[in-house]
Ligand binder design. Structure first.
Ligand code: NAP
Length: 300
């Protein structure tokens, strides 16, 4: 079997074209428009690339956009003060903070300071908590992108063996909740699984495999179950090029669907960020017909 390649760029284009129609409709109804503030702390090659993609997508949709670059040495109280200012700024309707943050900053506390009405990254504890109840109106962008790619396969997830490698708060944990909501039998692997030498055993069982670790080719092609759906989230700079966490050249021979790196998850994450930005705007202007939705966010 040769896997079908899940083309993230095409899937993202579809999501964005739906959003474009929606955002155009806002112009005649509201005196303001969605405006996304992207915060980059310190310089990282990957986050520059990501910011450029965000800027392009926002411009294409008519969403306002500003990139705020802060020095890597910024102190936590100063960063918190800046976020509180942006929370109060009526022009800004969405805030995304690019992760990872420099080690001296406490990412959890920073995430909790962003007004949940403006948290379009979906990382505020309120949004993470709502995900447990299945109310993830604004979920974490990457977990929503992963679900978008899985949905594009058309696979029936009910009762499927899903294995997630990586248990980060941004990706592994939230996507495991979304897959549980779809009645997958879900296994989450992490560093201790690898340390006990059990990773390959779990991966071999996976009908649906999501890998989000950040270690190039950690998952070997020979471990992939024939016919599995493989979503490779990892982005690793190797010899000047991007490589995933899965050994693509071997995995593609046995999987039914697989995401390439680059061109798989990444573009869809930008699209889901834009979708979250539109959702947050709708909640703020009170335009949403789902006003009685229990996931409606309230102020901090
Ligand atoms: P993270 O916070 O560093 O989490 C990595 C996870 O992998 C942790 O749960 C870690 O477990 C686990 N892990 C580490 N070594 C392992 C091993 N040998 N075996 C099994 N699990 C292991 O990273 P993240 O934010 O989730 O991101 C993961 C990857 O996705 C990175 O490459 C990142 O660049 C990429 N990413 C891509 C996109 C995109 O748009 N394509 C978006 C976001 C992130 P412990 O915590 O127990 O060590």
């Amino acid at each position: 079997m040769t896997a079908q390649i899940l083309d993230g760029r095409a899937i993202a284009a579809e999501v964005l074209s739906g959003l474009k129609v929606e955002v155009e409709g806002f112009q005649s109804r509201y005196p303001r428009r969605p405006f996304l503030l992207s915060v980059q702390v310190g310089l990282q090659p990957a986050s520059d690339l990501f910011a450029r993609s965000q800027m392009k997508a926002a411009a294409g949709l008519g969403i306002g956009y500003r990139l705020e670059r802060l020095p890597a040495a910024i102190r936590q109280p100063e960063l918190i003060r800046r976020i509180e200012e942006w929370n109060r700024d009526p022009e800004i309707t969405g805030i995304t903070i690019q992760f990872p943050l420099p080690a001296a900053l406490d990412a959890r506390s920073i995430s909790a300071v962003v007004d949940p009405r403006k948290d379009v990254e979906g990382i505020h504890p309120q949004h993470i908590g709502q995900a447990v109840f299945g109310w993830s109106r604004i979920g974490t962008c990457t977990s929503l992108a992963i679900m978008e790619l899985i949905n594009a396969t058309g696979a029936d997830l009910y009762g499927k063996e899903a294995v997630i490698v990586g248990h980060s708060e941004l990706i592994g944990k939230p996507v495991s909740l979304l897959l549980l909501d779809r009645f997958c039998t879900t296994t989450i692997c992490h560093v201790a699984t690898s340390e006990r030498g059990r990773l390959s055993e779990h991966v071999r069982r996976a009908e649906l495999l999501v890998v989000a670790v950040g270690k190039a080719h950690l998952v070997k092609g020979s471990w992939i179950r024939p016919g599995a759906i493989v979503i490779d989230v990892g982005t690793n700079l190797v010899d000047g090029g991007l490589k995933g966490d899965v050994e693509f050249d071997e995995a593609v021979k046995v999987a039914s669907f697989i995401t390439p790196v680059p061109g798989g998850v990444g573009p869809v994450v930008v699209a889901t960020l834009m979708r979250n930005t539109v959702e947050a705007f709708k909640l703020q202007v009170g335009s949403d017909p789902g006003g009685s939705d229990p996931s409606q966010v309230s102020g901090p």
